[in-house]
Ligand binder design. Sequence first.
Ligand SMILES: Cc1ncc(COP(=O)(O)O)c(C=O)c1O
Length: 427
Amino acid sequence: MTAVIPAPTFSLLPIAPLACVVGADVEVPLVTGEMVRYANLDYAASAPALTSVAETIAGALDQYASVHRGAGHLSQVTTQRYEAARETVREFVRGRVDDSVVFTRNTTDAINLAAHITPGDVVVLDIEHHANLLPWCTPRDGRSRVRVVRARDTVDDTIATLEEELASAPAALLAVTAASNVTGEVLPIGRLASTAHRHGARILVDAAQLVAHHPVSIVSHAIDYLAFSGHKTYAPFGAGVLIGRPDWFDAAPPYLAGGGASADVAVGAASATWHTGAARHEAGSPNVLGAVSIAAACAALTAIGWEELGAHEAALRARLDAGLASVVGVRPLRIFGDDAPNRVGIAGFVVDGVAPRVVAEYLSDHHGIGVRDGKFCAHPLLKRLGHPDGAVRATFGAGTSSADIDRLIAALAELTTAVLRPVKGPS
Ligand SMILES: Cc1ncc(COP(=O)(O)O)c(C=O)c1O
């Protein structure tokens, strides 16, 4: 991606949430029985719904009826909402007019669909979320079709290694993450797309951790396929998206066979005539509310504006990074050493001498802070970072305030002080 994430500047001035999210004031119990406001620093796992998204869903529920299946007024309204959602998504990620926009369950489902339609070998990096590794690992025609490339210490060297791999043997697709779910580091998608295209491959971008935080342009970056999830984009209603060039979608057998995907079925016949376009892969009644919620989130993020979102997240990230650096015994995780790529609001770290689960439980039980711990469905990456047993991850977004970040840093300082200088009892 082009470097539009503003350079972080660190200030101690309070930073208010940029957008209203559902549950912002929810209180949770501490071990002491005291109730405190929940500090949600787990946006990368699942972000809370934007209030405006929840309001849109309440309105859509009022008029909810079948989709693509009825002549009744509300069926028409619901069908129109569902189809309009595709156009909002296309516009949000600056898709091509002829791109197919297929609603899926989530990013995992979207990449499984991509694996289903991809006609040849796939090259991936070893830093990927399992959603962008495992779908490619299923053998096809009795042979493996995935080639896993080890990311190097710098982005430049990694791209050079991918270039060598793509030159060494033909591949249909390069499938890469846009932003690491462990470190938040953002990859230069435009450069990766050029690399793939130079060798006759297409590119699929796993944008699960990017689209809610950074503008994406399928056209400008020459992206062929892009996948993301509603629940990481402030729209937690069970839908995701795969958008991309229509020819592979139309050439592949339906992802799900059933009503809605079929144009004509003869009684007793073993085969059917299938639709082309998105309908081919969306058999059964689709998740209308999920699709509508994604469209509402896309519209809300566009209305807030990327400049404001970028500035908000850059300020929080600078505060979080500076805070983590100030706590003795806390070690941030990074894939790329030298050229410090842009990052989204994700900070993976370990605490010397304290297991990740213990850190996460301490933050929750004693401070009402929610973070993720574990291996983040990225086992190969955690192993190569030297933390096969996992790490801790604090992540944030439009509903986060500096108070949440400050609470985390104070809690970590308290924890590490207790670990490094345990209070001695009477000998
Ligand atoms: C980079 C990345 N890709 C894919 C996924 C899978 O997303 P989902 O669980 O919505 O299918 C995740 C989830 O954390 C992710 O971070």
